[in-house]
Design a protein around this ligand. Structure first.
Ligand SMILES: C[S@@+](CC[C@H](N)C(=O)[O-])C[C@H]1O[C@@H](n2cnc3c(N)ncnc32)[C@H](O)[C@@H]1O
Length: 310
């Protein structure tokens, strides 16, 4: 298995301590430990998973159209690849369409990155895993310089929704060259984003990074909120925070962080979008040309194929 690290475990540990000091935990820590990975797998069965898979399968069935956008060889760069299970369906379909495929799963989570590489190996697809932070503009540039062939970027499973979508898409688009393509998906705002997350399985996922350092259910409560992002109509975000119910000392390997009763620790968040807001993000904000869209039949999910337009 070949894995290159732009982000070491020591760096992630240090970032985790700094994030706790700042009371603000970004998305990458919610997949970092094996406990978080298990909690994510349980939650993803509850989320708009079926709708996401329907939309993805429609795209995979149309992989000939994607294959036609490339000459012989494609470097498939999956940003936030997770276990790589969905990627593998597309990789196989592209091979069947006659393309030579190189797979570069990118993830900050070592357990998930290893799974993505192992899945590719089992499928006899050449793979190079990149352990990196896809919210870092510097890492995005280094990632985009790695592949040998024109790139097909994947940003799927509502991965975009875990970041500021305005910044993330701009940074990614600026790394794309004219022959590259991006496949990105979105959970559409239909009123179900909050109820599909605010339940015991969703709370376990949200609390997992703190559970891993000894925080228990009596130490506080995970609170969810649905907000509009007033930078553009149709952008909604589900935020989560941990409301601390009693004074705590969070014990990390090399430091102890005191947290007082009544404090709030921001957890990760998820964006959902109206179809118009998602198109605005891609076309106006990131300067991408939307070539095709694959909406799930129930209208909860859409996957788009894009190219650079400027
Ligand atoms: C919502 S999951 C989606 C996984 C997969 N693409 C799918 O469709 O099932 C998000 C993935 O992004 C990864 N991730 C989150 N923040 C990241 C970051 N800053 N850098 C790299 N990977 C990150 C997580 O480890 C996780 O594998």
């Amino acid at each position: 298995m070949r894995i290159e690290s732009l982000l070491t475990e020591a760096e992630i540990s240090e970032e985790f301590a700094e994030a706790l000091e700042a009371r603000d935990l970004p998305e990458k820590f919610f997949y970092w430990s094996p406990m978080s990975v298990r909690a994510w797998q349980a939650l993803s069965r509850d989320l708009a998973f079926e709708s996401c898979l329907h939309s993805w399968n429609l795209l995979v069935h149309d992989s000939e159209s994607i294959a036609r956008e490339f000459n012989q060889a494609i470097s498939v760069v999956s940003l936030g690849a997770g276990s790589g299970a969905k990627d593998l369906l597309l990789l196989k379909a592209l091979e069947q369409a006659g393309k030579q495929v190189e797979y570069l799963p990118v993830d900050a989570s070592m357990p998930l990155l290893e799974r993505a590489c192992a899945a590719a190996e089992e499928g006899e697809i050449e793979a190079l895993g990149l352990k990196a932070d896809i919210s870092s503009p510097v890492h995005l540039v280094l990632i985009s310089d790695t592949p040998e062939h024109p790139r097909l970027y994947l940003l799927c499973g509502n991965t975009l929704g875990g970041f500021d979508p305005l910044d993330e898409l701009m940074q990614l688009a600026s790394c794309m060259r004219s022959g590259d393509r991006l496949i990105v998906d979105a959970e559409l705002a239909d009123g179900s984003a909050l109820p599909s997350r605010d339940h015991p399985v969703g709370r376990r996922f949200a609390l997992a990074p703190l559970t891993a350092i000894g925080v228990g259910p009596d130490d506080g409560e995970v609170m969810f909120e649905l907000r509009e992002d007033d930078r553009h109509a149709g952008l909604e975000v589900v935020t989560r925070h941990f409301h601390v119910a009693r004074d705590l000392r969070l014990r990390l390997p090399e430091r102890e962080i005191p947290v007082q009763r009544g404090e709030r620790i921001n957890l990760n968040f998820n964006y959902t979008y109206s179809p118009e807001a998602f198109r605005w993000l891609l076309a106006e904000r990131a300067g991408l040309h939307i070539l095709r869209e694959y909406p799930s039949p129930d209208g909860r999910y859409v996957t788009a194929v894009c190219a650079r337009s400027r």
